[in-house]
Design a binder for this molecule. Structure first.
Ligand code: 0PR
Length: 427
Protein backbone atom coordinates (compact mmCIF):
# COMPACT_ATOMS: atom_id res chain seq x y z
CA UNK A 1 0.00 0.00 0.00
CA UNK A 2 1.20 3.53 -0.73
CA UNK A 3 2.29 5.55 2.30
CA UNK A 4 0.09 8.46 1.27
CA UNK A 5 -3.23 8.27 -0.49
CA UNK A 6 -3.81 9.60 -3.99
CA UNK A 7 -5.91 12.61 -4.83
CA UNK A 8 -9.52 12.07 -5.84
CA UNK A 9 -8.68 12.97 -9.46
CA UNK A 10 -5.90 10.40 -9.49
CA UNK A 11 -8.14 7.67 -8.12
CA UNK A 12 -10.90 8.55 -10.56
CA UNK A 13 -8.40 8.46 -13.42
CA UNK A 14 -7.33 4.98 -12.33
CA UNK A 15 -10.93 3.91 -12.14
CA UNK A 16 -11.53 5.15 -15.68
CA UNK A 17 -8.53 3.19 -16.84
CA UNK A 18 -9.84 -0.02 -15.27
CA UNK A 19 -13.37 0.65 -16.37
CA UNK A 20 -12.16 0.85 -19.96
CA UNK A 21 -10.74 -2.64 -19.61
CA UNK A 22 -14.17 -3.94 -18.65
CA UNK A 23 -16.92 -4.55 -21.14
CA UNK A 24 -19.86 -2.19 -21.39
CA UNK A 25 -21.89 -5.22 -22.66
CA UNK A 26 -21.66 -3.94 -26.21
CA UNK A 27 -20.99 -6.95 -28.45
CA UNK A 28 -21.43 -9.37 -25.52
CA UNK A 29 -23.45 -12.40 -26.58
CA UNK A 30 -21.90 -14.82 -24.13
CA UNK A 31 -23.12 -13.56 -20.77
CA UNK A 32 -26.17 -14.52 -18.73
CA UNK A 33 -25.97 -11.14 -17.00
CA UNK A 34 -26.89 -7.73 -18.36
CA UNK A 35 -26.99 -4.03 -17.55
CA UNK A 36 -29.18 -3.56 -14.46
CA UNK A 37 -32.43 -1.66 -14.76
CA UNK A 38 -31.96 2.06 -13.81
CA UNK A 39 -34.36 1.74 -10.86
CA UNK A 40 -32.19 -1.09 -9.49
CA UNK A 41 -29.11 1.13 -9.67
CA UNK A 42 -30.89 3.99 -7.88
CA UNK A 43 -32.04 1.67 -5.10
CA UNK A 44 -28.56 0.16 -4.85
CA UNK A 45 -26.91 3.54 -4.16
CA UNK A 46 -29.60 4.47 -1.65
CA UNK A 47 -28.90 1.37 0.45
CA UNK A 48 -25.17 1.09 -0.23
CA UNK A 49 -24.32 0.99 3.51
CA UNK A 50 -26.90 -1.53 4.65
CA UNK A 51 -26.32 -5.05 5.94
CA UNK A 52 -29.28 -7.39 5.78
CA UNK A 53 -27.25 -9.81 7.93
CA UNK A 54 -28.03 -7.58 10.90
CA UNK A 55 -31.77 -7.16 10.38
CA UNK A 56 -32.45 -5.31 13.63
CA UNK A 57 -30.26 -2.43 12.52
CA UNK A 58 -31.54 -2.49 8.97
CA UNK A 59 -35.22 -3.15 9.40
CA UNK A 60 -36.06 -1.55 6.08
CA UNK A 61 -33.99 -3.91 3.96
CA UNK A 62 -35.08 -6.83 6.12
CA UNK A 63 -38.69 -5.98 5.27
CA UNK A 64 -37.83 -5.62 1.59
CA UNK A 65 -36.13 -9.01 1.65
CA UNK A 66 -39.25 -10.65 3.11
CA UNK A 67 -41.36 -8.92 0.51
CA UNK A 68 -39.04 -10.00 -2.35
CA UNK A 69 -39.31 -13.62 -1.18
CA UNK A 70 -43.09 -13.39 -1.10
CA UNK A 71 -43.24 -11.82 -4.59
CA UNK A 72 -40.92 -14.51 -5.95
CA UNK A 73 -42.88 -17.33 -4.31
CA UNK A 74 -45.99 -15.76 -5.86
CA UNK A 75 -44.81 -15.85 -9.47
CA UNK A 76 -43.37 -19.32 -8.81
CA UNK A 77 -46.99 -20.37 -8.16
CA UNK A 78 -46.70 -20.97 -4.44
CA UNK A 79 -50.19 -21.83 -3.11
CA UNK A 80 -49.51 -19.59 -0.10
CA UNK A 81 -46.62 -17.19 -0.88
CA UNK A 82 -46.65 -15.84 2.68
CA UNK A 83 -45.57 -19.26 3.96
CA UNK A 84 -42.48 -19.38 1.75
CA UNK A 85 -39.14 -18.96 3.48
CA UNK A 86 -35.89 -17.74 1.99
CA UNK A 87 -33.40 -14.99 1.51
CA UNK A 88 -31.21 -13.24 -1.01
CA UNK A 89 -27.83 -14.74 -1.83
CA UNK A 90 -24.87 -13.74 -3.96
CA UNK A 91 -26.20 -15.78 -6.88
CA UNK A 92 -26.91 -19.24 -8.22
CA UNK A 93 -23.80 -20.88 -6.79
CA UNK A 94 -24.50 -19.82 -3.21
CA UNK A 95 -28.19 -20.70 -3.52
CA UNK A 96 -27.34 -24.17 -4.79
CA UNK A 97 -24.73 -24.69 -2.05
CA UNK A 98 -27.19 -23.73 0.64
CA UNK A 99 -30.01 -25.87 -0.75
CA UNK A 100 -27.76 -28.94 -0.79
CA UNK A 101 -26.28 -28.04 2.61
CA UNK A 102 -29.80 -28.27 4.05
CA UNK A 103 -30.47 -31.53 2.21
CA UNK A 104 -27.34 -33.02 3.74
CA UNK A 105 -28.06 -31.72 7.21
CA UNK A 106 -31.65 -32.86 7.29
CA UNK A 107 -30.85 -36.33 6.08
CA UNK A 108 -30.96 -38.89 8.87
CA UNK A 109 -28.75 -41.45 7.11
CA UNK A 110 -25.52 -39.66 7.85
CA UNK A 111 -26.19 -39.03 11.47
CA UNK A 112 -25.92 -42.75 12.17
CA UNK A 113 -23.11 -43.66 9.88
CA UNK A 114 -20.42 -41.13 9.19
CA UNK A 115 -18.66 -43.49 6.76
CA UNK A 116 -21.51 -43.31 4.30
CA UNK A 117 -21.14 -40.83 1.48
CA UNK A 118 -24.34 -38.98 0.68
CA UNK A 119 -25.28 -38.59 -2.95
CA UNK A 120 -27.27 -36.17 -5.04
CA UNK A 121 -29.09 -37.17 -8.22
CA UNK A 122 -28.91 -34.45 -10.85
CA UNK A 123 -29.11 -34.03 -14.62
CA UNK A 124 -25.88 -34.38 -16.59
CA UNK A 125 -26.50 -30.84 -17.75
CA UNK A 126 -26.29 -29.32 -14.25
CA UNK A 127 -24.20 -26.19 -13.77
CA UNK A 128 -20.59 -26.57 -12.62
CA UNK A 129 -21.51 -25.08 -9.25
CA UNK A 130 -22.59 -28.63 -8.29
CA UNK A 131 -19.02 -29.83 -8.81
CA UNK A 132 -17.92 -27.30 -6.22
CA UNK A 133 -20.72 -28.44 -3.94
CA UNK A 134 -19.67 -32.09 -4.23
CA UNK A 135 -16.17 -31.16 -3.15
CA UNK A 136 -17.23 -28.75 -0.44
CA UNK A 137 -19.82 -31.01 1.17
CA UNK A 138 -18.26 -34.41 0.36
CA UNK A 139 -21.19 -35.52 -1.72
CA UNK A 140 -21.22 -37.91 -4.63
CA UNK A 141 -22.90 -36.64 -7.78
CA UNK A 142 -25.01 -39.23 -9.56
CA UNK A 143 -25.66 -37.89 -13.02
CA UNK A 144 -28.85 -38.76 -14.82
CA UNK A 145 -29.02 -39.02 -18.61
CA UNK A 146 -30.63 -36.36 -20.77
CA UNK A 147 -32.66 -36.80 -23.96
CA UNK A 148 -31.89 -35.34 -27.38
CA UNK A 149 -33.51 -32.09 -26.28
CA UNK A 150 -31.06 -31.88 -23.36
CA UNK A 151 -33.80 -32.54 -20.79
CA UNK A 152 -33.26 -35.02 -18.01
CA UNK A 153 -34.78 -38.49 -18.46
CA UNK A 154 -36.99 -39.19 -15.40
CA UNK A 155 -36.37 -42.96 -15.62
CA UNK A 156 -32.66 -42.35 -15.44
CA UNK A 157 -33.16 -40.13 -12.36
CA UNK A 158 -35.21 -42.84 -10.67
CA UNK A 159 -32.65 -45.53 -11.45
CA UNK A 160 -29.89 -43.52 -9.74
CA UNK A 161 -31.70 -43.17 -6.41
CA UNK A 162 -30.41 -45.36 -3.57
CA UNK A 163 -30.48 -45.39 0.23
CA UNK A 164 -27.76 -42.72 0.39
CA UNK A 165 -29.55 -40.21 -1.83
CA UNK A 166 -30.22 -36.95 0.00
CA UNK A 167 -32.10 -35.14 -2.74
CA UNK A 168 -32.82 -34.48 -6.39
CA UNK A 169 -32.02 -31.54 -8.66
CA UNK A 170 -34.04 -30.30 -11.64
CA UNK A 171 -33.12 -27.44 -13.95
CA UNK A 172 -35.37 -24.77 -15.42
CA UNK A 173 -33.14 -23.25 -18.09
CA UNK A 174 -29.91 -25.21 -18.32
CA UNK A 175 -26.75 -23.22 -18.83
CA UNK A 176 -25.81 -24.54 -22.26
CA UNK A 177 -29.17 -24.71 -24.05
CA UNK A 178 -31.72 -23.04 -21.78
CA UNK A 179 -33.93 -26.15 -21.72
CA UNK A 180 -36.33 -26.98 -18.90
CA UNK A 181 -36.35 -30.49 -17.38
CA UNK A 182 -39.69 -32.35 -17.01
CA UNK A 183 -40.00 -31.07 -13.44
CA UNK A 184 -43.58 -32.37 -13.06
CA UNK A 185 -42.22 -35.91 -13.41
CA UNK A 186 -39.29 -35.19 -11.09
CA UNK A 187 -41.81 -33.89 -8.57
CA UNK A 188 -43.63 -37.23 -8.65
CA UNK A 189 -40.38 -39.13 -8.18
CA UNK A 190 -39.44 -36.86 -5.26
CA UNK A 191 -42.77 -37.55 -3.57
CA UNK A 192 -42.55 -41.28 -4.22
CA UNK A 193 -39.13 -41.54 -2.57
CA UNK A 194 -39.78 -38.76 -0.04
CA UNK A 195 -36.77 -36.81 -1.20
CA UNK A 196 -36.35 -33.04 -1.39
CA UNK A 197 -36.31 -31.60 -4.92
CA UNK A 198 -34.34 -28.41 -5.53
CA UNK A 199 -34.87 -26.54 -8.79
CA UNK A 200 -32.01 -24.58 -10.31
CA UNK A 201 -33.88 -21.80 -12.11
CA UNK A 202 -30.95 -19.37 -11.86
CA UNK A 203 -31.42 -18.31 -15.47
CA UNK A 204 -34.85 -19.62 -16.52
CA UNK A 205 -36.66 -18.45 -13.40
CA UNK A 206 -37.12 -14.95 -14.75
CA UNK A 207 -37.90 -16.24 -18.26
CA UNK A 208 -40.24 -19.25 -18.26
CA UNK A 209 -42.99 -17.71 -16.07
CA UNK A 210 -43.12 -14.65 -18.35
CA UNK A 211 -43.25 -16.29 -21.81
CA UNK A 212 -46.12 -15.31 -24.09
CA UNK A 213 -48.87 -17.95 -24.49
CA UNK A 214 -47.90 -18.35 -28.16
CA UNK A 215 -44.45 -19.71 -27.23
CA UNK A 216 -44.14 -23.53 -27.27
CA UNK A 217 -42.50 -23.52 -23.83
CA UNK A 218 -45.27 -21.41 -22.30
CA UNK A 219 -46.61 -23.06 -19.16
CA UNK A 220 -43.45 -25.10 -18.47
CA UNK A 221 -43.86 -26.05 -14.85
CA UNK A 222 -41.10 -25.89 -12.28
CA UNK A 223 -42.54 -23.96 -9.35
CA UNK A 224 -44.29 -24.60 -6.06
CA UNK A 225 -47.54 -25.66 -7.74
CA UNK A 226 -45.74 -29.00 -8.16
CA UNK A 227 -46.04 -30.58 -4.73
CA UNK A 228 -42.63 -32.29 -4.81
CA UNK A 229 -40.65 -29.07 -5.31
CA UNK A 230 -39.09 -28.05 -2.00
CA UNK A 231 -36.80 -25.18 -3.03
CA UNK A 232 -35.99 -22.97 -6.01
CA UNK A 233 -32.89 -20.94 -6.86
CA UNK A 234 -33.57 -17.95 -9.12
CA UNK A 235 -31.19 -15.11 -9.96
CA UNK A 236 -32.33 -11.50 -10.14
CA UNK A 237 -28.83 -10.62 -11.43
CA UNK A 238 -29.46 -12.61 -14.61
CA UNK A 239 -32.82 -12.11 -16.36
CA UNK A 240 -34.25 -10.34 -13.27
CA UNK A 241 -32.53 -7.08 -14.30
CA UNK A 242 -31.15 -6.44 -10.81
CA UNK A 243 -27.55 -5.73 -9.84
CA UNK A 244 -24.74 -8.21 -9.18
CA UNK A 245 -24.75 -9.91 -6.65
CA UNK A 246 -28.37 -10.91 -6.38
CA UNK A 247 -29.60 -14.48 -6.12
CA UNK A 248 -32.72 -15.75 -4.38
CA UNK A 249 -33.19 -19.05 -2.59
CA UNK A 250 -36.81 -19.87 -1.71
CA UNK A 251 -38.05 -22.84 0.30
CA UNK A 252 -41.67 -23.94 0.22
CA UNK A 253 -41.88 -23.40 3.98
CA UNK A 254 -39.72 -23.22 7.02
CA UNK A 255 -40.78 -26.60 8.32
CA UNK A 256 -38.74 -28.24 5.58
CA UNK A 257 -35.70 -26.91 7.38
CA UNK A 258 -36.75 -28.11 10.83
CA UNK A 259 -34.45 -31.07 10.59
CA UNK A 260 -31.46 -29.05 9.48
CA UNK A 261 -31.85 -25.55 10.84
CA UNK A 262 -30.77 -26.43 14.35
CA UNK A 263 -27.53 -27.84 13.01
CA UNK A 264 -26.86 -24.80 10.86
CA UNK A 265 -28.16 -22.08 13.12
CA UNK A 266 -25.53 -20.21 15.10
CA UNK A 267 -26.24 -17.98 18.08
CA UNK A 268 -25.41 -14.35 17.49
CA UNK A 269 -25.79 -12.75 20.92
CA UNK A 270 -24.00 -9.52 20.02
CA UNK A 271 -26.16 -8.85 16.96
CA UNK A 272 -29.70 -7.60 16.80
CA UNK A 273 -31.03 -11.04 15.95
CA UNK A 274 -30.62 -14.04 18.22
CA UNK A 275 -29.33 -16.44 15.61
CA UNK A 276 -28.31 -16.73 11.99
CA UNK A 277 -28.85 -19.59 9.59
CA UNK A 278 -27.68 -18.14 6.28
CA UNK A 279 -24.42 -19.40 4.82
CA UNK A 280 -22.88 -15.95 4.73
CA UNK A 281 -22.90 -13.38 7.53
CA UNK A 282 -22.83 -9.81 6.31
CA UNK A 283 -25.06 -9.54 3.25
CA UNK A 284 -25.58 -6.58 0.93
CA UNK A 285 -28.82 -4.77 1.70
CA UNK A 286 -28.18 -2.73 -1.44
CA UNK A 287 -28.73 -5.82 -3.61
CA UNK A 288 -31.94 -6.55 -1.71
CA UNK A 289 -33.18 -2.99 -2.30
CA UNK A 290 -32.24 -3.13 -5.99
CA UNK A 291 -34.07 -6.43 -6.43
CA UNK A 292 -37.15 -5.27 -4.55
CA UNK A 293 -37.22 -2.00 -6.52
CA UNK A 294 -37.00 -3.60 -9.96
CA UNK A 295 -39.62 -6.24 -9.14
CA UNK A 296 -42.03 -3.58 -7.89
CA UNK A 297 -41.29 -1.24 -10.80
CA UNK A 298 -41.68 -3.80 -13.57
CA UNK A 299 -44.37 -6.07 -12.17
CA UNK A 300 -45.46 -9.12 -14.12
CA UNK A 301 -46.19 -7.01 -17.17
CA UNK A 302 -42.69 -5.49 -17.21
CA UNK A 303 -41.01 -8.90 -17.02
CA UNK A 304 -43.31 -10.17 -19.77
CA UNK A 305 -42.16 -7.27 -21.96
CA UNK A 306 -38.53 -7.99 -21.13
CA UNK A 307 -38.91 -11.65 -22.07
CA UNK A 308 -40.90 -10.78 -25.21
CA UNK A 309 -38.05 -8.50 -26.31
CA UNK A 310 -35.44 -11.24 -25.80
CA UNK A 311 -37.60 -13.84 -27.55
CA UNK A 312 -38.09 -11.45 -30.45
CA UNK A 313 -34.30 -11.22 -30.70
CA UNK A 314 -34.19 -15.01 -30.61
CA UNK A 315 -36.62 -15.27 -33.57
CA UNK A 316 -34.75 -12.61 -35.46
CA UNK A 317 -31.44 -14.39 -34.86
CA UNK A 318 -32.86 -17.66 -36.20
CA UNK A 319 -34.10 -15.92 -39.35
CA UNK A 320 -30.72 -14.33 -39.96
CA UNK A 321 -29.00 -17.68 -39.43
CA UNK A 322 -31.33 -19.34 -41.92
CA UNK A 323 -30.38 -16.76 -44.54
CA UNK A 324 -26.78 -17.99 -44.36
CA UNK A 325 -27.78 -21.65 -44.28
CA UNK A 326 -27.35 -22.28 -40.56
CA UNK A 327 -29.85 -23.31 -37.96
CA UNK A 328 -29.92 -23.75 -34.19
CA UNK A 329 -28.76 -27.06 -32.81
CA UNK A 330 -31.97 -27.28 -30.76
CA UNK A 331 -35.16 -25.28 -31.22
CA UNK A 332 -34.62 -22.64 -28.54
CA UNK A 333 -37.22 -22.67 -25.76
CA UNK A 334 -35.86 -19.44 -24.34
CA UNK A 335 -33.26 -16.83 -25.31
CA UNK A 336 -30.24 -19.12 -25.65
CA UNK A 337 -29.33 -20.28 -29.15
CA UNK A 338 -26.64 -22.83 -29.99
CA UNK A 339 -25.36 -23.15 -33.53
CA UNK A 340 -23.44 -25.98 -35.10
CA UNK A 341 -21.40 -24.27 -37.80
CA UNK A 342 -20.79 -27.58 -39.57
CA UNK A 343 -24.12 -27.57 -41.37
CA UNK A 344 -24.94 -26.87 -45.01
CA UNK A 345 -23.08 -23.56 -45.06
CA UNK A 346 -19.83 -25.45 -44.93
CA UNK A 347 -19.10 -28.05 -47.50
CA UNK A 348 -17.13 -30.36 -45.24
CA UNK A 349 -16.84 -33.06 -47.88
CA UNK A 350 -15.02 -30.77 -50.25
CA UNK A 351 -11.31 -31.38 -50.26
CA UNK A 352 -9.70 -28.06 -49.62
CA UNK A 353 -7.42 -26.54 -52.19
CA UNK A 354 -3.77 -26.31 -51.24
CA UNK A 355 -3.15 -23.04 -49.51
CA UNK A 356 -6.50 -22.80 -47.83
CA UNK A 357 -6.20 -23.15 -44.09
CA UNK A 358 -8.91 -25.76 -43.84
CA UNK A 359 -7.36 -29.14 -43.33
CA UNK A 360 -10.14 -31.70 -43.21
CA UNK A 361 -7.92 -34.39 -41.75
CA UNK A 362 -6.97 -32.53 -38.62
CA UNK A 363 -9.64 -29.97 -38.09
CA UNK A 364 -12.54 -31.37 -36.16
CA UNK A 365 -15.83 -29.61 -35.72
CA UNK A 366 -14.82 -28.57 -32.24
CA UNK A 367 -11.59 -27.05 -33.42
CA UNK A 368 -13.45 -25.25 -36.17
CA UNK A 369 -15.99 -23.96 -33.69
CA UNK A 370 -13.26 -22.71 -31.35
CA UNK A 371 -11.47 -21.08 -34.24
CA UNK A 372 -14.58 -19.26 -35.46
CA UNK A 373 -15.33 -18.22 -31.91
CA UNK A 374 -11.83 -16.73 -31.50
CA UNK A 375 -11.97 -15.03 -34.88
CA UNK A 376 -15.35 -13.47 -34.09
CA UNK A 377 -13.64 -11.82 -31.14
CA UNK A 378 -10.28 -11.00 -32.72
CA UNK A 379 -11.58 -9.68 -36.03
CA UNK A 380 -14.96 -8.25 -35.10
CA UNK A 381 -15.00 -7.85 -31.31
CA UNK A 382 -17.92 -10.27 -30.65
CA UNK A 383 -17.92 -12.20 -27.37
CA UNK A 384 -19.58 -15.52 -28.04
CA UNK A 385 -19.35 -18.73 -26.03
CA UNK A 386 -19.15 -22.38 -27.05
CA UNK A 387 -20.89 -25.43 -25.64
CA UNK A 388 -18.98 -28.30 -24.09
CA UNK A 389 -21.35 -31.20 -24.67
CA UNK A 390 -21.52 -30.66 -28.44
CA UNK A 391 -19.31 -28.48 -30.60
CA UNK A 392 -21.49 -25.42 -31.12
CA UNK A 393 -21.37 -21.68 -30.76
CA UNK A 394 -23.64 -20.39 -28.01
CA UNK A 395 -25.44 -17.05 -28.05
CA UNK A 396 -27.34 -15.62 -25.08
CA UNK A 397 -29.73 -12.93 -26.28
CA UNK A 398 -29.97 -10.65 -23.29
CA UNK A 399 -31.81 -7.31 -22.98
CA UNK A 400 -28.67 -5.32 -23.87
CA UNK A 401 -28.56 -6.94 -27.34
CA UNK A 402 -30.20 -5.18 -30.31
CA UNK A 403 -31.56 -6.38 -33.66
CA UNK A 404 -28.78 -4.47 -35.34
CA UNK A 405 -26.24 -6.48 -33.29
CA UNK A 406 -27.91 -9.61 -34.56
CA UNK A 407 -27.68 -8.79 -38.23
CA UNK A 408 -24.10 -7.58 -37.71
CA UNK A 409 -22.91 -10.68 -35.87
CA UNK A 410 -24.52 -13.02 -38.41
CA UNK A 411 -23.01 -11.12 -41.31
CA UNK A 412 -19.58 -11.22 -39.60
CA UNK A 413 -20.05 -14.93 -38.99
CA UNK A 414 -20.85 -15.44 -42.66
CA UNK A 415 -17.74 -13.53 -43.74
CA UNK A 416 -15.59 -15.69 -41.48
CA UNK A 417 -17.12 -18.94 -42.65
CA UNK A 418 -16.67 -17.89 -46.29
CA UNK A 419 -13.08 -16.83 -45.71
CA UNK A 420 -12.16 -19.92 -43.75
CA UNK A 421 -14.13 -22.65 -45.43
CA UNK A 422 -15.97 -21.21 -48.35
CA UNK A 423 -13.27 -21.49 -51.02
CA UNK A 424 -13.95 -24.22 -53.50
CA UNK A 425 -11.01 -26.41 -54.41
CA UNK A 426 -9.04 -25.37 -57.47
CA UNK A 427 -8.88 -28.12 -60.01
N1 0PR B 1 -27.18 -22.38 -12.25
C1 0PR B 1 -27.26 -22.14 -13.56
C2 0PR B 1 -28.30 -22.87 -14.37
C3 0PR B 1 -26.41 -21.20 -14.15
O1 0PR B 1 -26.48 -20.98 -15.46
C4 0PR B 1 -25.48 -20.52 -13.33
C5 0PR B 1 -24.56 -19.48 -13.87
C6 0PR B 1 -25.43 -20.82 -11.95
C7 0PR B 1 -26.30 -21.76 -11.44
C8 0PR B 1 -24.47 -20.13 -11.03
O2 0PR B 1 -24.82 -18.81 -10.88
P1 0PR B 1 -23.79 -17.70 -10.34
O3 0PR B 1 -22.71 -17.57 -11.38
O4 0PR B 1 -24.64 -16.50 -10.19
O5 0PR B 1 -23.26 -18.19 -9.05
N2 0PR B 1 -24.41 -19.41 -15.22
C9 0PR B 1 -23.48 -18.49 -15.86
C10 0PR B 1 -22.36 -19.32 -16.46
O6 0PR B 1 -21.73 -20.11 -15.74
C11 0PR B 1 -22.90 -17.44 -14.96
C12 0PR B 1 -22.26 -16.33 -15.72
C13 0PR B 1 -22.95 -15.17 -16.01
C14 0PR B 1 -20.95 -16.44 -16.16
C15 0PR B 1 -22.37 -14.14 -16.72
C16 0PR B 1 -20.35 -15.40 -16.89
C17 0PR B 1 -21.07 -14.24 -17.16
O7 0PR B 1 -20.48 -13.21 -17.86
O8 0PR B 1 -22.13 -19.17 -17.65
Amino acid sequence: MDEKGLSEEEVLAELSFFSNLDTSFKKVLSSMCTIPHPIAMTAYYQFIHSNVGDPGLFRGVARMEEEAIKITAGFLNHPNPGAAFGHLTSGGTESNIEAVFHMKNRSAVFQDNSDTKPNLVLPKTAHFSFKKIANLLSIELKKAEVDLQSRVVPKSVESQIDENTIGLIGIAGNTEFGMCDPIDQLSEIALKYQLPLHIDAAFGGFVYPFLAPSRPAFGSKFGFDLPGVTSVSIDPHKMGLSVIPAGILVFRDKSFLDLSLDKIKVKTPYLTSRDQSTLTGTRPGAAVAATYAVMKYLGRDGYQRNVAYCMDLTDCFQKELEKIGLKPYLDPQINIVTVNIDSSAIDIDTTPAPGTNFNKETETTREKTDKIRSLLLEKYGWNVSATKTIPALRFVLMPHVTKEDISDVVSDLKKLLDDEYGKKPQR
